[in-house]
Design a protein around this ligand. Sequence first.
Ligand code: NAD
Ligand code: WQD
Length: 337
Amino acid sequence: MRVLVTGGAGYIGSHTLIELLGQTHEVCVLDNFTNAKPVVLDRVRSLTNGKVSCVTGDIRDASALDAVMTDFAPEAVIHFAGLKAVGESGRKPVDYYDVNVAGTLALLHAMDRHGVRRIIFSSSATVYGEPEYLPYDEAHPTNPMSVYGRTKLMAEHVLTDWAAANSQASAVLLRYFNPVGAHASARMGEDPADYPNNLMPFIAQVAVGKRDKLQVFGDDYDTADGTGERDYIHVVDLARAHVAALDYAAGHTGARAFNIGTGQPYSVMQMVTAFRRASGQAIPTAIAPRRLGDIAKMQADASRAQAELGWQATHTLDDMAASTWAWQSANPDGYGD
Ligand code: NAD
Ligand code: WQD
């Protein structure tokens, strides 16, 4: 299939390109490089010997969208492009609604103009909010606790209504849990622009000596060891879920949400222990106050993805830690300048 990949130069998008090319899909990236570097695509090319065309442009730019849809004639879109920092979303809500919601609307308008009827969307487990029960299944009520989460839920609503109004349309909403890890080559991984917001890249930067210690945000949660528990998903497993979703979209119309996680939560301290094991580094920690807006525990019921997409995570916690360490230690400055 010819697949337009918005945000394809980013962390999850770039790993997905590799899996798509491995399955003989054709890809074209549309990215404005606000949170990615062009060298990423060179690495994808060298790892796959595949053709990766790229248009530098914004998903909110109708003329850029028309040009790429005319030239590449995609049969499906995988829509990663967006802003993703929860804290920043509260400070810059208009930017987040503009890129994540208006950007999705602009993309759908362009898809309608060009007769493209399949879309795979990067949603997030954050749409669920405070758990009423765990593990979350896809029927769990949605009540996001941040601007970022609300933009993702709004985009889900837009895509669901779009699919309902077009008898041939298919929208697959992938609700990612916590993506971590790096490609097995150690040539691709997560490269936070400045101060890492998320646990795994922070641990990796402590391990490689770029930061003194990890602050553990709260050790008095109602969890096994008192630190927050999350359902971490290896980025290569996550990338493969997109390939499975493309196959699903080819055979189904309407909108459908899928949790993409392992179903096995780990605590902050379990992540640190795994990383110490993988890296042989000390990784100093200090207990700090809880982070505003955090919840104690998140866990996916990913059985729908297994039953309907034929997808299941295969990477272990040790794979997540070892691949992150291999990437971070070989590329202490990420993709560099
Ligand atoms: P990322 O920032 O690495 O990738 C996003 C890409 O989109 C970047 O390459 C960026 O340059 C591009 N982009 C941003 N705004 C754009 C615009 N207006 N036009 C064109 N390109 C634009 O993020 P990621 O971690 O790869 O996440 C990909 C998607 O998955 C995002 O939509 C994110 O919200 C979602 N998601 C991420 C996580 C996570 O923890 N990483 C979890 C759940 C959902
Ligand atoms: C994980 C755990 C922290 C950093 C976020 C978004 C979510 C999704 C994934 C996009 C928590 C603890 C963290 C640190 C710590 N992104 N922690 N010290 O908050 O579960 O999810 O990323 O869709 O929407 O909210 O991930 O990696 O920030 O935190 O103790 O320096 O690690 O308190 O328990 P989170 P995270």
